[in-house]
Write a protein that binds this ligand. Structure first.
Ligand code: MSP
Length: 528
């Protein structure tokens, strides 16, 4: 488990969108995985960034009356700010207009251009594209996938308007990759998660694949095709390649590439599964590169029961969420409230329910009452944790201590399945158990009758809270750090990583600072 490497990525965000709840969600989920793996002793590379080429960005720049590059320089900052706001610990923030990325995209193009398909034909050939294209999705659609709206316009399954495109284009011979892909899915059952998405992709590929147009000639905002600069590369081929750029491709002998490639996981939203599970593995295999270990698709958020959109007025900016609830509460809510992989609904009521229930009443209250008792009964000095005297006491302590000792592995098992909601459930099971232990042991009575036992109980609880705080760091980093400060745990990796759980127990006699609430209750503003 410890000592390995872990390379994970978010999708790179379309630079011209305004950051919203959905973007923040993908970032927070990946951040939690990255933080978890770092604390677990792995060497982590966590990548995010912005997707800056293509017709959509060119159009937005034109509408804004600026050059595309100047437009991207400005709006890419909105996503960088979002990562800071959500406390995202990405190691790199890539932009697809960077020279290193243009070089990597051209290199993968050249590698594909030299390669043969599984059926021995050229993977790349020049032809003419005529068909439907949705600029919003930057995707081609078959006629059979479209529906005609009441306005007479054709729309893609995503709801995006499509337009008819006819232009010279290079094609990738995707049709020859069908059996190869099906074989890969069969031999690597964990390649696509959750299982429902794997089934969906498998049946899509079984339905037959058509060759994919991978260059455009009707606009210029993209990576020039090497050797034929009238063409720019299809934005998805360019965009997907960001995962390679970040590890130094085309320098496949370089240290970063050798350490980190293939990626351990690409986390994506369910809408972009086809690009990551069909096109990307075929591009990589054609270029002679190893495939990522896994692609995991999460679900989509609606807001108060409706699809989020600017026109419906229910568009939620991450800044608004953080101002209203605080960053840790938002992170906790998003990770806990819906099974990772499923769709969910964001509502004010649900957020407040989690804040005042799970955070304030359960975890916050446990910490507050234990730390306050240590202050008032022991002068803030951590009491000694000797073994209990009676069989009942030993049983009660043993049950809690045993569960707490197993928590690291219980949480890790859920994290390895990307079951972030269940990882939190495991932690909160111990919160509930510890709250029951406080009620049963009633330290306020022991204070008068049995000061030795009082010390034992408070020590068991302080150690329990230390475990909870260390394991909660990936999910709610600020609150967990504050709690560890209140337990006087030194603020360094040695004392806060998962190995510290066993290696650095709290020292009896340590002076603890005055406790302060870590999870405030949410109080509705009075109606004016
Ligand atoms: N640029 C492409 C990705 C290229 S990756 C090589 C793209 N960008 S995006 O900005 O449109 O979407 C980024 C991510 O945000 C996607 O994973 C998408 O699923 C996610 N979300 C966008 N809206 C969302 C919700 N309402 N809910 C949850 N996530 C959603 O696609």
């Amino acid at each position: 488990m410890s000592g390995g490497k872990f390379y994970l990525t978010t999708p790179i965000y379309y630079v011209n969108d305004s950051p919203h709840l959905g973007h923040a969600y993908t970032s927070v989920a990946c951040d939690t995985l990255a933080r978890f793996k770092r604390l677990d002793g792995e060497r982590v590379l966590f990548l995010t960034g912005t997707d800056e080429h293509g017709q959509k960005v060119a159009k937005s720049a034109r509408d804004a009356g600026v050059e595309p590059q100047a437009f991207c320089d400005r709006v890419s900052e909105n996503f960088r700010a979002m990562t800071k706001l959500m406390n995202i610990s990405n190691d790199q923030f890539i932009r697809t207009t960077e020279p290193r990325h243009i070089a990597a995209s051209q290199a993968i193009w050249q590698a594909i251009a030299k390669s043969k398909s599984p059926k021995g034909r050229d993977n790349l050939y020049l032809g003419k594209y005529s068909g439907w294209y949705a600029v919003r999705d930057e995707a081609f659609y078959g006629e059979d996938e479209l529906t005609k709206g009441p306005d007479g316009k054709f729309r893609a399954p995503s709801g995006a308007e499509v337009e008819w495109v006819e232009e010279p284009s290079y094609f990738f011979r995707l049709s020859d990759w069908q059996d190869w892909l099906l074989d890969h899915y069969a031999r690597h059952p964990d390649f696509i998660g959750p299982a429902s998405r794997r089934n969906e992709v498998t049946s899509f590929v079984k339905g037959g694949l058509t060759d994919l147009s991978v260059s455009r000639t009707s606009f210029a905002w993209g990576v020039p095709v090497p050797g034929d600069e009238k063409h720019v590369m299809y934005v998805w081929l360019d965009a997907l390649t960001n995962y390679l750029t970040a590890v130094g491709y085309p320098d496949t002998a370089g240290a970063d590439f050798k350490t980190f490639w293939p990626a351990d996981i690409h986390v994506v939203g369910k809408d972009i599964v086809r690009f990551h599970c069909v096109y990307w593995p075929a591009f990589l295999a054609a270029a002679g590169l190893a495939l990522p270990e896994r692609v995991f698709a999460h679900g989509w958020w609606t807001v108060e029961g409706q699809k989020m959109s600017k026109s419906l007025g229910n568009f939620i900016a991450p800044q608004q969420l953080v101002d209203q609830y605080g960053v840790d509460a938002v992170r906790y809510f998003m990770l806990r409230d819906l099974p990772f992989g499923a769709d969910g609904d964001f509502s004010h009521r649900a957020v407040v329910g989690r804040i005042n229930g799970d955070l304030a009443n359960d975890f916050g209250n446990l910490a507050q009452r234990v730390l306050s008792m240590i202050q008032s009964y022991c002068g803030g000095k951590l009491p000694a944790g000797a073994e209990a005297t009676t069989a009942d006491q030993r049983r009660a302590d043993g049950e809690l201590i045993g569960k707490v000792a197993g928590l690291r592995h219980a949480v890790a098992a859920e994290i390895d399945k990307q079951a972030l909601h269940l990882a939190l459930e495991r932690i909160w099971e111990i919160v509930a158990m510890a709250n029951r232990y406080v009620d049963e042991q009633a330290p306020w009575k022991l204070k008068k009758t049995d000061p030795v036992r009082l010390g034992q109980v408070l020590y068991v609880l302080a150690e329990t809270i230390r475990h909870l705080a260390i394991l909660a760091q990936p999910f709610v980093p600020q609150a967990a750090a504050k709690l560890l400060d209140q337990l006087a745990v030194p603020d360094d990796f040695t004392h806060r990583c998962f190995n510290a759980l066993e290696a650095h127990p709290l020292a009896a006699g340590a002076q603890l600072p005055k406790p302060a609430g870590i999870f405030p209750r949410y109080v509705e503003a009075a109606a004016s």
